[in-house]
Write a protein that binds this ligand. Structure first.
Ligand SMILES: O=C(O)CCC(=O)C(=O)O
Ligand SMILES: [Fe+2]
Length: 226
């Protein structure tokens, strides 16, 4: 396992007291319904110097775990980067539970590092689940590109043998910026397909809707044709 993933694993092995202030747990009980079997830590990561002070101090290597954003282009350099560090303990019934249910990310691009297989995406052609590549498109880029790039529905599966760690880095434009559509030749041929919106609209949507239950922000922005 790489050093960064190893240090994330060390974080989740810390005593509960130490983890409590920075860690959110979504482990749930119950028998019939689909379960989400994950403990995670989420933090802002760009500009790094503004946020790194709020990251956990322990283990010390965790603060070296930032994924470089500077190669993604100027708008993204100056944009928002959120990192999620996810821990999926071995699950006694991986067939009836998910680490994370099917969803798309609020990002332009998401970069994923994983300690073992488990991330899958939904193939549009035949609706089957496949192993996901390390980078995928999020909702923000779907709207910005007027639907030329579609956000990728993905999920985290579980296994009953070992703990799986993943680190996801979500890159978007600036947090308060509105969705602005790209002025492309394609767009001139295709009428605008999405309403403009802002990150605040997304946060409001989150507070009122159950994303895990399948509610999707991008769908609310779609302008339906005649
Ligand atoms: O753990 C994974 O493989 C996926 C995590 C994910 O989709 C997310 O953090 O948004
Ligand atoms: Fe995701």
């Amino acid at each position: 396992m790489g050093e960064v993933l190893y240090s994330a694993m060390e974080f989740f092995n810390l005593p509960s007291e130490e983890k409590r202030s920075s860690c959110l747990a979504t482990l749930r009980d119950g028998a019939d319904k689909i379960q989400f079997w994950r403990v995670f830590l989420k933090h802002y990561a760009s500009p790094l110097e503004d946020w790194i002070g709020s990251w956990p101090k322990n283990p010390p290597k965790h603060r070296c775990a930032q994924v470089p954003g500077r190669r993604l282009g100027k708008n993204m350099d100056e944009g928002m980067q959120v990192m999620a560090v996810n821990c999926y303990p071995p699950c006694p019934q991986p067939d009836i539970a998910f680490g994370l249910p099917p969803h798309s990310d609020y990002s332009c691009l998401t970069i994923v590092l994983q300690s073992s297989e488990g991330l899958e995406f939904l193939g549009k052609e035949d609706e089957s689940w496949r192993k996901v590549p390390n980078v995928h498109v999020g909702d923000h880029l779907e709207v910005l590109s007027n639907g030329i790039y579609k956000s990728v529905v993905h999920r985290a599966t579980l296994n009953h043998e070992r703990t799986r760690i993943s680190i996801t880095s979500l890159h978007s434009l600036h947090s308060l910026g509105v969705y602005v559509k790209m002025e492309t030749a394609k767009e001139l041929q295709h009428p605008k397909g999405y309403k403009e919106s802002s990150f605040m609209d997304f946060l409001n949507f989150l507070s009122k809707n159950d994303i895990a239950g399948g509610k999707n922000f991008t769908n609310t922005l779609k302008i339906l044709g005649d």
